[in-house]
Ligand binder design. Structure first.
Ligand SMILES: *[C@@H]1O[C@H](CO)[C@@H](O)[C@H](O)[C@H]1NC(C)=O
Ligand SMILES: *[C@@H]1O[C@H](CO)[C@@H](O)[C@H](O)[C@H]1NC(C)=O
Ligand SMILES: *[C@@H]1O[C@H](CO)[C@@H](O)[C@H](O)[C@H]1NC(C)=O
Ligand SMILES: *[C@@H]1O[C@H](CO)[C@@H](O)[C@H](O)[C@H]1NC(C)=O
Ligand SMILES: *[C@@H]1O[C@H](CO)[C@@H](O)[C@H](O)[C@H]1NC(C)=O
Length: 474
């Protein structure tokens, strides 16, 4: 500051000397007072210059700061730009990857569909061949019969019999082949469904999707025996993630047809169940009796894992029932029909303990149109002929009366008893059959029972049962 000031004064002084030196010679006497005026002017000029210099300095300072600032911002921008372009590149790569996967999945699906159709037509042609073979065999047999009336040598008869054997073998192997092909086809269908669910997860994909969100056909196929759980290989896991937790959820997802579906209750392996759909909710069927086609006098192991046929008589299995009920808020619905075709129902809130407590049953009456036949069964462990857990140590109800049940005392209600076709049976036979024991009244034989569970909130509080019952029992 000080140096600048001094410098400016020197500058001003120099300017003055030059000015004075120049104008002193022509007008010395006339301009004498102007010496002072000029000095004032110089001082003014100096002050102006000083101010100018200061503001110039300030300006340079400020500008420098601003330029620094701008450089900083430019730097930041440059860096952000770099980062952005890296990100953009990454996003683009991911998108490419996804697109590729989607295209691949689509192609796989198409291929599988093609194979499915192919198998279908092959099965048809094999069927045709089989029936033509059969008619040939019949023709041959016919011929054989007519020929046997005329004279035939022993050799000829032997030849013809041999031929017949060959043809029978042929037919047998065709049947086996058909079975294998059908299994293959089911497998393919399952794969297709898996791919479809993966495809739906690829939201970035712009490819058109099949809008039919139906459950896989392979799940609806007949189930002659109840497998413990769906076979679980690692590749299946992704497709299983989206399985509904019970039939109520299946219903809520828009499936209104009573049939077999795959479900996966919370914390359980996936398995198949029969869903009974009414107009307003879906119930998971855990037991059905209707014609005596399945033997219910089974071991603990069978009662634990389930047995029978979903489209006829079956017991879902204690471990699966437990995983269903363990989800909470369960209602147990029992539908009954007697030999006069009277229909009754009764509903309980239901809890079922696990295997460590031998599947102890806890029921609380909700509603129904018959007197409580399960009053003595709440708090009971499950018993079978090979594991007796009833209250009376000296008698084995499951053994004497057949069927696994939550026995308290023998002769109690047992919906897993023997199926007696005849209506008029003696008391002791009734007690061995499927029967109700409402209080002190005589036991009551039944021709149809179905037990199902569903969450409390969707309870219809009515005796209505689904299309399956209506179609099969009216
Ligand atoms: C499943 O069970 C676990 C453990 O019992 C619980 O924490 C979880 O909330 C349950 N999930 C659902 C969807 O009910
Ligand atoms: C479960 O049943 C077995 C066999 O009948 C028995 O030994 C065991 O004590 C039972 N468990 C409980 C908790 O009562
Ligand atoms: C069950 O059968 C055993 C013999 O098999 C018999 O001793 C027992 O008294 C029977 N119990 C009932 C309740 O019939
Ligand atoms: C329930 O048990 C009590 C006593 O244990 C018995 O008197 C009653 O008859 C039983 N009820 C039925 C329906 O079996
Ligand atoms: C029914 O569901 C609602 C939530 O959807 C819940 O608040 C209520 O407690 C449930 N009622 C019963 C009885 O479980």
């Amino acid at each position: 500051m000080k140096t600048t000031l001094t410098y400016l004064f020197i500058l001003a002084g120099a300017g003055l000397t030059v000015l004075c030196g120049k104008e002193e010679q022509p007008e010395v006497s006339v301009e004498t007072p102007s010496h002072f005026a000029a000095l004032d002017d110089v001082r003014l000029l100096a002050t102006g210059l000083l101010e100018l210099g200061q503001s110039l300095r300030d300006f340079v300072h400020k500008t420098k700061g601003q330029i620094n600032d701008i450089f900083q911002k430019l730097n930041i921008f440059g860096r952000s730009f770099d980062q952005l372009s890296v990100l953009a590149r990454e996003i683009k790569e991911e998108e490419e990857e996804l697109k590729k996967t989607a295209v691949m999945l689509q192609a796989n699906n198409e291929e599988i569909r093609g194979i499915s159709v192919n198998i279908g037509s092959k099965v048809e042609s094999i069927m045709l061949e089989k029936s033509s073979l059969r008619s040939k065999v019949e023709g041959l047999e016919e011929k054989l019969r007519s020929m046997s009336q005329s004279l035939l040598t022993g050799d000829q008869v032997r030849d013809i019999n041999g031929l017949k054997g060959v043809i029978n073998n042929q037919e047998q192997s065709i049947t086996e082949l058909l079975k294998a092909v059908r299994e293959q086809s089911d497998q393919l269908n399952y794969q297709r469904v898996k791919i479809k669910s993966l495809e739906e997860k690829l939201t970035a994909s712009t490819l058109a999707q099949d809008t039919s969100g139906r459950m896989p056909e392979s799940f609806s196929s007949d189930t002659p025996t109840l497998s413990p759980y769906l076979a679980s290989d690692s590749s299946k896991k992704t497709a299983d993630m989206d399985l509904p937790s019970d039939c109520s959820e299946v219903f809520n997802r828009g499936e209104k047809i009573s049939r077999v579906y795959a479900i996966r209750p919370n914390g359980s392996e996936p398995f198949k169940v029969f869903c009974d759909m009414t107009a307003d909710h879906g119930a998971t069927v855990i037991q059905r009796r209707r014609d005596g086609s399945v033997n219910f006098d089974q071991s603990w192991e069978k009662y634990e894992n389930g047995f029978g046929d979903f489209h006829g008589e079956f017991w879902l299995g204690l471990s699966k029932i437990h995983s269903l009920v363990a989800q909470g808020n369960s209602v147990l619905h029992i539908h009954l029909e007697d030999w006069k075709h009277n229909k009754r129902f009764i509903e309980y809130t239901c809890d079922l303990d696990g295997p460590e407590s031998n599947y102890t049953l806890h029921l609380k009456l909700l509603s129904g149109d018959l007197s409580d036949p399960m009053k003595n069964h709440t708090g009971m462990m499950f018993s079978t002929k090979d594991r007796d857990n009833n209250k009376h140590r000296h008698s084995n109800c499951a053994h004497n009366y057949t069927g696994g049940w939550w026995f308290n005392s023998c002769g109690d209600t047992n919906l897993n008893g023997r199926y007696f076709r005849m209506r008029h049976k003696g008391r002791s036979d009734r007690r061995r059959g499927i029967h109700l024991k409402p209080g002190r009244k005589a036991s009551y034989s039944l021709r149809f029972t179905q037990i199902s569970v569903f969450p409390f909130n969707t309870s219809s509080q009515s005796s209505e049962t689904g299309g399956f019952l209506a179609n099969n029992h009216l």
